[in-house]
Structures are given as C-alpha cells and as structure tokens.
Design a protein around this ligand. Structure first.
Ligand SMILES: Nc1nc2c(ncn2[C@@H]2O[C@H](COP(=O)(O)OP(=O)(O)O)[C@@H](O)[C@H]2O)c(=O)[nH]1
Ligand SMILES: [Mg+2]
Length: 289
C-alpha cells in the first residue's frame, strides 16, 4: 500500500494541461490508449463507516488511480483509509470543509488519468460498475457519462422532493440545450480528462456543483448520456445535504446559464457594471455553496 498525503495547492494550471481547444464540441478520442488510465476521484466528508469498503471494491488494476479528497473530516475516515492494504491511494486533505464541489475540483487538479470518474464515499455507488460507466467514453459514444438510478434495476426509493427537483432541472436542460438527463443529481459520473478545463471556473462549490457541471457540459456541447446503475441505500452516517442551499445555488445556476444561452448582455440592459456589483454583494451570502 502507498498512501500519499498531498497538501492542496491553489494553482489550477494543471486543470488546463492537455486541453487543446476551447470550443469542445465532441472532443476526439484519439489520445485514449488501449488501456486508458482511470482516475477515480472520491469526495469524502465524515464517512468512516463506508470509505474503506468503497476503496477496497475499486477494481484492482494498475490502470486505476485512486484520489480521495478529504474535506476536513472530523471522524476516523482518514484512519480507515490508512488501514487499507495493497492499494495506492492519493489522499488530499482540505484543512477545513470547503464543500462537495470544491473537493471534486481539487481531485481534478491531481488527476493524471485519461478518464476521470467521480463517485460517492458513502457506499451508495458500486465501484464494480466503473468499467460499465467508462465504456461509452472508450467507445467514443459520449464525452460525459452519468450513472442513472432511474434506468437501473435499483429499488432505491427516491424522495419526492428529489424527483420533483430533478424533473424541473431536466426540463430546464431540455429547454436550453435539448439535452435530457433525468438523474441530474447523480454523483457517479465519468468524463474525459481533456474536458476538465471547461469546469475550471465553476462557481457552485457545494452540492449545486452537480447541476452546474451538467449545465456547463451541455453549454459546451459535450455529448452527455445516462447509463443504468444500481444505487444502494445509505447504510451508515448522515447526509449533509441542505435543501435550502441547494435550491439557492441551483436557481442561480439556471438563471446564469439561461442568460448565457440567450446571450443577454446584462451590461446593456442594466447600468454599467451593475451585475458585477450585485455579484460582489451576494458573494458572501454563499449563494453558490
Ligand atoms: N468533500 C465533501 N464531500 C461531501 C460533503 N458533503 C457530502 N459529501 C459527500 O458527497 C457524497 C454525497 O453526499 P450525500 O450526503 O450522501 O448526498 P445524498 O446521497 O444526495 O444524500 C457522499 O459521499 C458524501 O460523503 C462535503 O461537504 N465535502
Ligand atoms: Mg449519499
């Protein structure tokens, strides 16, 4: 086993590495070798009961790079990872809790693979399904793959508020980009490393990240598809999802991308730089968290 604990840097130049073109309508696959390197990025926050099992179940293959971003856990999560034998694991630790999205962005900076997979650390996703998740990318059928609980044989009961929220976000995605993603709050996803630059300026660093990631990808014409996955129920620990926060960040995200899509030049409609001023004022209210 080798565990490398890395202090996160603030330099995000690594995100740009290897990305050749800004306009990313279907990025070509030619660089993906026969055996691509897969970086599995796992955001972690107080999941001492599940994290060890999640990592141990990641396919045991040299082409898998495991990156855990511990987001200031206060329980024994990191100790549990240190107990793991026979796996190389990169652990990056945030000194304090920065949020789900911020952790994934940190993971991107340290990922060296051709394909990046993100999955939860609470045991709801099955690492054995990673090969299925990345298959459409290897076969050049997609740039971005979302594991969908609605398509699989999963018996997981999705709460009503989550169904309604996902239905509404799906409608917005369809209206703006003619793109349907039913399970748009899913955290089990895969995409090409070369697309990562697109996500560099993401503003939602909390749970709203999942929505902004999809809007950004759709805005840049990435080919996004959903494939069936099996979603387990959470067996231990608690969910830190805060509905009000998500609602705020998702609303801002939808508004922001609607304006982008319709090319609304806010500075033409409003007094000069007023949008910048509004943003400065609301920034500290953590709308984007
Ligand atoms: N890095 C990080 N991960 C988080 C945070 N909050 C939740 N997570 C992780 O994100 C994943 C999904 O969160 P969860 O609470 O299970 O959301 P739910 O499945 O939608 O109820 C889990 O693996 C959590 O450990 C956070 O503040 N920072
Ligand atoms: Mg969960």
């Amino acid at each position: 086993m080798s565990i490398r604990q890395i202090t996160p840097d603030v330099d995000d130049s690594n995100i740009d590495k290897d990305y050749s073109t800004e306009s990313s309508s279907r990025i070509k696959n030619s660089y993906i070798k026969d055996s691509p390197l897969i970086s599995v990025v796992i955001p972690l926050y107080n999941e001492e009961h599940s994290i060890k099992n999640v990592i141990e179940r990641i396919p045991d293959h040299s082409s898998y790079e495991i990156i855990v971003v511990d987001d200031g856990s206060t329980d024994k999560s990191v100790k549990k990872i240190e107990e793991i034998k026979d796996k190389d694991i990169k652990i990056i630790q945030h000194e304090k809790n920065l949020g789900y999205g911020a952790s994934i962005l940190t993971g991107f900076k340290h990922a060296t693979g051709d394909i990046i997979v993100t999955m939860d650390s609470d045991g709801q996703h099955n690492p054995e399904e990673i090969p299925n998740l990345i298959k459409p990318i290897i076969n050049e059928q997609a740039d971005f793959v979302v594991g969908s609980r609605y398509l699989g044989s999963s018996t997981y009961k999705v709460p009503l508020y989550a169904r309604v929220g996902e239905y509404f976000i799906n409608l917005c995605l369809w209206f703006l980009y003619r793109q349907k993603i039913r399970n748009n709050q899913a955290g089990f996803r895969a995409f090409r490393k070369k697309t990562v630059k697109i996500f560099k300026n993401i503003k939602c660093t909390g749970m709203g990240f999942t929505t902004e990631l999809l809007f950004k990808a759709a805005h840049r014409n990435l080919k996004i598809i959903e494939i069936p996955i099996f979603l387990n129920s959470r067996e231990a620990g608690i969910s830190y999802v805060n509905l009000i926060r998500i609602l705020k960040s998702v609303s801002f995200c939808i508004l922001f991308y609607s304006m982008k899509k319709f090319n609304l030049d806010a500075n033409r409609l409003l007094p000069k730089n007023s949008l910048k001023c509004v943003y400065k004022r609301v920034k500290h209210l953590k709308f984007f968290q």
